[in-house]
Design a protein around this ligand. Structure first.
Ligand SMILES: *[C@@H]1O[C@H](CO)[C@@H](O)[C@H](O)[C@H]1NC(C)=O
Ligand SMILES: *[C@@H]1O[C@H](CO)[C@@H](O)[C@H](O)[C@H]1NC(C)=O
Length: 170
């Protein structure tokens, strides 16, 4: 029992240290008109020198009082592309975002982890989604790095960069 407690405490300590080490780069802000004419501002962040799988990403965003990023409209998707392009020299791989599928291989039945259904036609990468077991979403660069497209990824798979967000009401 003492041993288990020790493992539990060291695990907590380790996560704490690990999280406190992460610095985030603010990659940009957009203004959004929400319900009832309220305007809010959404800022996207990418951890600097840190990668994790989709599940790590969800945990880490929330442990910094951020949300795991969601792109609720095509406007938000269009806005994030130039932001990602500006930091491309540092992050050339894919980025996890909070999209998640409840049904394997569903092309148009995806949700943000906040529970909101993705309402637009998702700009999937060619041939994606392509797996029964990949239910978590990532953004991936096109071959010439001009655009990002959506990919279905293994939730507990490869460590990648990821995107968190903060929303503030005006
Ligand atoms: C990049 O690739 C896309 C699709 O393959 C193409 O439409 C676009 O013209 C290319 N852009 C450049 C700058 O090469
Ligand atoms: C997802 O990643 C985990 C961890 O690397 C691995 O064990 C599992 O086999 C992967 N699943 C698929 C479908 O690739």
């Amino acid at each position: 029992m003492k041993f288990l407690t020790f493992i539990f405490l060291t695990t907590l300590f380790y996560i704490h240290i690990k999280c406190n080490d992460i610095a985030f780069i603010n990659i940009g802000t957009i203004n959004i008109y929400g319900d009832e004419f309220r305007m809010y501002r959404k800022t996207f962040y990418i951890p600097r020198y840190f990668k994790g799988n989709w599940i790590d990403a969800a945990t880490i965003c929330s442990s910094y009082d951020l949300e795991f990023a969601s792109l609720h409209t095509l406007e938000e998707y269009n806005a994030i592309v130039p932001m990602l392009r500006r930091v491309l020299n540092f992050y050339r791989d894919s980025y996890y975002i909070s999209g998640i599928a409840l049904t394997p291989l569903s092309i148009d039945d995806w949700y943000w982890s906040s529970g909101t259904r993705i309402e637009y036609i998702i700009p999937w990468c060619p041939g994606e989604p392509n797996s029964h077991e990949e239910l978590c979403m990532s953004l991936q660069w096109s071959q010439n790095y001009t655009n990002v497209c959506f990919n279905d990824a293994n939730c507990s798979g490869m460590a990648l960069s990821f995107i968190c967000q903060k929303r503030e009401m005006f």
